[in-house]
Design a protein around this ligand. Structure first.
Ligand code: CEZ
Length: 821
């Protein structure tokens, strides 16, 4: 534990990189972390505010306005203060009346010491204030929607203390139909009840299984309690509630009032003495369920068993890469946090029942490196929902009752692209070519019902659909959106086309052609290569703007994302995908790399477009209405940055790729951490952009943890930066380490074998040399790979490329934020 006000570092990684700790509740006030299990997600911030959702199976909240639309997780970047109550513990000295609270909110007293400590399976806060040590720890079990809280109070001073401790878990507004709260001695806690509001008769039947109760159960009986929020908070409010100003809480109920859960413990602590209190907080359908949760978890042994089971669960998400490089922060991130985020996405599919098809396939691409059998079934599930014309629906239904909702009711045209991208990555990683012969049972009703086709056939149909969904110029229709959801008005009248999607189609067809060739399907391979070339040249004919590729052409025939545009002048995605698809020749590459550097790069990564739109453009769509520099409107949208980084690696721009990859991680210096407000425990979906418009705000994290970025960056590290990539029956070694790294050590699990790799720089000689178990390889390829074997590789890299290094330094200078300098 470090001093909150001293000069100790703001954020530190533990020695093994498995814990990340923040030593101030105010320097990065929205810094957050998350825990999840198969039923729920909890995102907490360092000050004690919490957003939690459980699945029933649609996402729902159980504390704070549950019947507000629980569609997505609310924007945690916005201060939690007004709308996001949390889990608090007030501590009152019974003799002096002095009050503080843990973790920091709601009283906001600055503690003598503060630590917000994030682990992969628990989050805890430790603080020391006025002679009292408080620890609050949150864990989740694997399979139930319930929070396990453990609070320890310790008298750290020389004299006996009389203290009242008040766990306060606000529940918030539950329902306009029916809400209440009361203490239930028989269940051991406060139980709040409601009826999810509805009007349609049908909903009555649908809602019957909903968990309409929220409980706070205690292991140790309290001295007093209160269940009405207005009575507990009273005139003093959350910061100084009336309840804690009285000797004892009043024991009131909430009867059609906003319910809450406040308990009071009067503790006498001798010097050095401590007390541990355990609680369960969560949703339930009825008393029986509450009772069962209590029986199962609410004890020291119940908590310990849950923690053990949770560690076993996390072990299933263990990454395939362990690294030791000159960059300690990267090591911690790549060894712990990144695979954890990939596993979260891939195992619970962002806790939705109808993930967007492109998200599902990209999340599962990440899963191919962690638990490939899950990725495999996801592909089969996706294809089972393919439409008769070869296209894919906008979302994939994961349960029988699931429906396509929200964004999935808007027609997007890019979903098929992700099929061959997924497969290309999956097959390289697993060598599981039998998947291509697997029979797919088509679920869709009508003529295709019961039809059985091979994966190979289904994907070919999807590729044919993509190749056909183009206009007379040969460019891909955008419909009401492509990868960019809110780019919904470029082509809503049926004519507009997407430059990005055209390039992505060319790339997808090329990848598929490679797979066809590998399968000895030479005719189709040749066809897809030809189609890809045709699309690339159509893009070159219509969308090359002299220095970069345009984003698209509107319904009215206006090319946009070009030099004449004052806003949305240059977009990142077409540049990245022109590198991937091969549309850009060497001369074009030089131009577009320079344009991206000059117009899009910031110290926090490349922006997705610039300048950000400041007003509605009706021929582009609602992306232009988003706040400039936020989300798709010109933020450093990490998913798009990841595409760019990946594309840079594929053309051998190693140092440029490294520089941008490193910029995605917050820290390690304090200034950067404070500006972003993000802990290096997950990649947020964006950092604020609009670098030239609102430089003071640039870099600030969205705190949104759902992003395709995680899978792509994991892939970049494994296959590109460390260059340990599957190929046919083997593993190819083609590292692109940053040129200033003298060495690195990596352990890579690959198809049931282990590769222990030592990378070193050579002093002389400019080719790569690989030694496997002492013997030099003629080609940097180990093939076939023997399952169960441990390979020891020594990889000698050419000396660092000084010219690339100079490029990096020059870049760093051109992107200095004037407001940070
Ligand atoms: O959603 C993401 C989508 O989940 O935005 C990406 C897209 O490729 C992903 O599939 C780029 O558009 O305004 C919107 O509708 C946006 O689409 C957002 O909802 C965005 C969220 O930021 C996800 O966290």
């Amino acid at each position: 534990m470090k001093n909150a006000t001293g000069n100790s570092p703001l954020v530190t990684n533990s020695e093994d990189g498995a814990r990340c700790e923040l030593t101030s509740p105010t320097a990065m006030p929205t810094a957050s972390a998350f825990l999840w299990n198969r039923r729920m997600l909890v995102q907490v911030n360092c000050r004690g505010f919490v957003v939690a959702r459980h699945m029933q199976p649609e996402p729902a909240a159980y504390a704070h306005a549950p019947n507000l639309e629980a569609k997505t997780f609310m924007q945690p970047e916005q201060p939690f203060y007004a709308h996001h109550p949390g889990r608090f513990l007030y501590v009152k000295d019974e003799d002096s009346g002095a009050l503080f609270s843990a973790p920091y909110e709601p009283v906001r007293t600055s503690a003598d010491q503060f630590c917000f400590s994030v682990g992969s399976g628990d989050i805890n806060w430790r603080l020391h204030h006025a002679g009292v040590d408080v620890t609050m720890t949150l864990r989740l079990p694997v399979d139930d929607a319930v929070e396990l809280w453990e609070c320890t109070l310790r008298n750290d001073g020389p004299r006996p203390r009389r203290i009242s401790a008040y766990p306060y878990f606000p529940v918030g507004y539950m329902s306009w139909m029916n809400q209440s709260g009361e203490y239930r001695a028989d269940l051991g806690g406060i139980v709040c009840s409601s009826i999810t509001p509805y009007q349609k008769v049908d909903d009555y039947f649908k809602n019957q299984h909903l968990k309409d109760k929220t409980f706070l159960l205690h292991e140790t009986a309290p001295d007093a309690w209160e269940a009405a929020q207005s009575v507990f908070e009273g005139e003093g409010g959350l910061h100084n509630p009336d309840g804690v100003r009285q000797p004892l809480l009043g024991g009131g109920d909430a009867r059609y009032q906003v319910p809450t859960a406040a308990l009071q413990y009067q503790l006498q602590l001798a010097p050095g003495e401590e007390r541990t209190l355990r609680f369960l907080f969560g949703p339930a359908r009825d008393d029986e369920e509450i009772f069962a949760l209590r029986e199962r978890y609410l004890s020291a042994t119940g908590f310990a068993a849950a923690a053990r089971e949770y560690q076993e669960y996390l072990a299933q998400g263990r990454g395939c890469l362990q690294i030791e490089t000159p960059d300690r922060e990267l090591d911690a991130f790549a060894n712990h946090w990144l695979p954890r985020q990939v596993f979260y996405h891939g195992d619970v599919n962002r806790l939705t029942t109808d993930p967007q098809t492109r998200n599902y396939l990209q999340d599962q691409l990440g899963m191919a490196y962690i638990r490939p059998q899950t990725a495999r079934s996801a592909l089969l599930r996706t294809l089972s929902q393919q439409k008769p014309d070869g296209s894919l629906p906008d979302g994939i239904l994961l349960s029988p009752d699931a429906e396509l909702k929200y964004i999935n009711q808007v027609p997007h045209t890019d979903h098929c692209v992700w099929l061959s991208i997924f497969l290309h990555g999956y097959l390289a990683e697993t060598g599981d070519y039998t998947l291509l012969d697997e029979r797919v049972i088509t679920e869709s009703a009508g003529e295709m019902e019961g039809d059985e086709r091979s994966v190979f056939h289904c994907v070919s149909c999807a590729m044919d659909w993509l190749a056909a969904a183009r206009d007379e110029r040969g460019l891909s229709y955008i419909g009401q959106g492509d990868w960019c959801d809110p780019m919904n008005m470029v082509g809503y009248r049926g004519r507009g086309v997407s430059g990005w999607l055209s390039l992505a189609t060319a790339y997808a067809l090329k990848l598929w052609a490679e797979i066809c060739r590998q399968q000895n399907q030479l005719g189709p391979a040749e066809k897809y290569v030809r189609l890809a070339a045709e699309i690339n040249s159509a893009v070159n004919r219509h969308l090359w703007d002299g220095d970069w590729f345009a984003r698209g052409i509107t319904d009215d025939g206006t090319v946009f994302g070009v030099r004449d545009d004052h806003e949305g002048r240059i977009f990142l995605n077409p540049q990245s995908w022109a590198l991937l698809s091969g549309a850009a020749d060497d001369n074009q590459k030089t131009h577009l790399l320079r344009a991206v550097k000059q117009q899009l790069e910031t110290p926090f990564g490349p922006m997705m477009l610039a300048p950000a739109y400041t007003g509605m453009r009706e021929d582009v769509g609602r992306v232009t209405q988003k706040f400039p520099g936020s989300a798709e409107n010109g933020s450093v949208y990490n998913h798009a940055a990841a595409f760019y980084i990946y594309s840079l690696f594929t053309i051998g721009e190693s140092d440029r790729a490294w520089r941008l990859l490193r910029q995605m991680l917050p820290g390690p210096d304090r200034e950067d951490l404070v500006q972003r407000g993000q802990l290096p425990v997950f990649i947020p979906n964006y950092y604020r952009g609009a670098w030239h418009q609102y430089p003071a705000h640039a870099g600030r994290s969205s705190q949104l943890l759902h992003t395709g970025t995680a899978a792509w960056i994991y892939r970049c590290l494994i296959e590109e930066l460390f260059g340990l990539k599957g190929e046919g029956e083997g593993l190819r070694i083609s590292p692109q380490l940053p040129s200033h790294w003298p060495q690195a050590r990596v352990q890579r699990r690959f198809r049931s074998a282990v590769f222990d790799v030592q990378f070193e720089r050579r002093v002389h000689g400019d080719e790569l040399q690989v030694y496997a178990d002492g013997e030099q390889l003629a080609e940097p390829l180990i093939s076939p790979v023997e399952a169960g074997r441990v390979y020891h590789l020594r990889v000698l890299l050419p000396p660092g490329d000084i010219s690339q290094l100079a490029e990096s330094l020059e870049d760093a200078n051109t992107t200095q934020n004037p407001h940070l300098a």
